[in-house]
Design a protein around this ligand. Structure first.
Ligand SMILES: Cc1ncc(COP(=O)(O)O)c(C=O)c1O
Length: 510
């Protein structure tokens, strides 16, 4: 079992500002041969009145402090991260090597096109590769996240309708959808109209038909959807929407279960976003800087964000001006270029066969977990799933232990919790996405941890309800941590006394 749930607590030294002692230093260079400078003479009134209160620590103390901090965080590089709907797959280190090549990393966004031909070519090739994977004609690399990709896509849809002299406002969204879908509608002045999915967890054309009218701008559909199921009626649904003049927007966040196997563009989808920080192994950057490109069919090209990389007479150029109906700029410069280098590296490393194999393994791993977890846990949609599986806490209801407690206890076993209480249509949901990069041994360890927690819920529920037990912090007040995070160290009254704020919002270990 990785990270035993009973392992002991480690000694936690104070924060670095509270360590050390006066005049201790990490530098061993002599300053004897340097000229002495009188700060007052050099800086006048700008000279400091008092010496700065900086930590006076040795090199090992400084190194240990930062290494210890890095270990207090959970990362895909330290363990399995089955956060459903987020595709936390391993990020290959070759991507980092490529992104740090000086020819890419040292570019300045104001450099003229002639000096950045290699970078523009990489963007062009990435665009072609992504367009091929998702069956679209073109791809804009601008959006910085999946949600911004949705925003861009909806802006293009609105521009398309306006160009036809129409202004439909409704966007149909199934009740399983990710929260960013209705939020993107609201930001665009469009009205999100939720509709229920069928008993089998997917959209039924008959169930959807009564909602479709001339006032529908688009349908937004995630495929595979957020309960991990393939939307099997996609083509029929797209025909229904198109017949009334609406467009079909594909939320492509879950492309990890389709790439190399099926192309959304071939299933009737007009435009979609791809979350490079999920499917194409670029890091999830704590809300950014990510990359959520939008792929679209040719008829939407006049509205694409600018500038667009074009190839003319064997040269690559950033075209700012030839799309007067463009939705304009989405962000500064050309997007998060480092993410594009990483995603391109991944595409080239994997090749067409590799992408297909990744999809197969992602789906196999999720179904392995569905079958094995199903021996103990309630699986609401117990049918072949795609890249993720939903289970619920239903069998624990007598014990008082809830999904939230299970998530916290998993941390004691060395696993990141899955996504909890989403999708909303399943009470006490845990959405588990193993991804293709986990081995069968790791999946078995995860299943054993889940079985063990299920046993503990019956034999010692308080242990689970008060989890985590062996992490650095006890259970967080999550609302306070999100709304009032303490991110700044506050100096104590006198040096080398413990500070009043420690940057944490939870009860600390004794
Ligand atoms: C289905 C779905 N749509 C949209 C998004 C939004 O993507 P991002 O987090 O990159 O903004 C997510 C993110 O998890 C998602 O799972």
């Amino acid at each position: 079992m990785p990270g035993s749930a009973t392992s002991g607590l480690c000694f936690q030294p104070p924060l670095i500002f509270e360590q050390g002692s006066p005049h201790r230093t990490a530098a061993s260079l002599t300053t004897d041969d340097l000229p002495t400078v009188d700060p007052k003479a050099a800086l006048g009134s700008m000279a400091r009145k008092n010496a700065p209160m900086l930590p006076e620590v040795s090199e090992p103390e400084a190194v240990r402090h930062y290494v210890r901090l890095s270990q207090q965080n959970f990362a895909i590089d330290t363990g399995m991260y089955p956060l459903g709907s987020c595709t936390m797959k391993y990020n290959p280190k070759v991507n980092e090597w490529a992104a740090r090549l000086p020819g890419f990393a040292d570019l300045h966004p104001y450099m003229p096109d002639d000096l950045v031909q290699g970078a523009l070519e990489l963007m062009w090739r990435l665009e072609r590769g992504l367009a091929e994977v998702c069956g679209m004609d073109r791809v804009s690399l601008h959006p910085a996240a999946g949600a911004q990709g949705e925003l861009a896509g909806l802006m293009m849809i609105r521009a398309h309708h306006h160009a036809q002299g129409r202004d439909p406002k409704k966007v149909l969204i199934p009740d399983t959808a990710h929260g960013t879908n209705p939020a993107s509608c609201a930001l665009n002045g469009l009205r999100a109209i939720p509709f229920p999915v069928g008993e089998d967890g997917i959209v039924s054309p008959d169930g959807l038909a009564p909602f479709i009218g001339d006032d529908v701008a688009a349908l937004m559909l995630t495929n595979p959807n957020t309960v991990g199921l393939f939307e099997a009626h996609m083509t029929e649904i797209a025909e229904l929407i198109h017949a009334k003049g609406g467009l079909v927007y594909g939320d492509g966040a879950n492309l990890n279960a389709l790439m190399g196997k099926a192309r959304p563009g071939d299933l009737g989808i007009d435009l979609m976003q791809l979350n490079l920080h999920k499917t194409f192994t670029t890091p999830h950057g704590g809300g950014g800087p990510g990359c959520g490109p939008v792929g679209y069919k040719a008829f939407l090209d006049p509205y694409a964000p600018v500038p667009v990389v074009e190839q003319r007479d064997g040269r690559f150029v950033l075209d700012h001006g030839s799309r007067p109906a463009s939705i304009g700029r989405l962000r500064s410069f050309q997007g998060n270029f480092g993410m594009m280098v990483r995603a391109y590296t991944y595409l080239r490393e994997m090749g067409a066969e590799g992408l297909k194999r990744a999809t197969e393994l992602a789906v196999l791993n999720a179904n392995y977990l569905r079958a094995r977890l199903g021996e103990t846990w309630h699986v609401p949609y117990d049918t072949i799933c795609m890249h993720e599986v939903v289970i619920s806490d239903r069998h624990l209801r007598q014990t008082g232990v809830t999904t939230m407690d299970v998530a916290k206890r998993l941390m004691d076993y060395g696993f990141h919790p899955p996504t909890v209480y989403f999708p909303l249509v399943v009470k006490g949901a845990m959405l588990i996405e193993p991804t293709e990069t986990e081995s069968m041994q790791t999946l078995d360890e995860f299943v054993e941890a889940m079985q063990s927690i299920s046993d503990e819920a019956s034999s010692s529920p308080d242990l689970v309800k008060t989890a985590p037990q062996v992490t650095r912090l006890r259970r967080l007040d999550e609302t306070r941590a999100a709304r009032k995070p303490v991110l700044r160290w506050t100096a104590p009254e006198t040096p080398h006394e413990p500070s009043s704020a420690s940057g944490e919002t939870a009860e600390k270990r004794p």
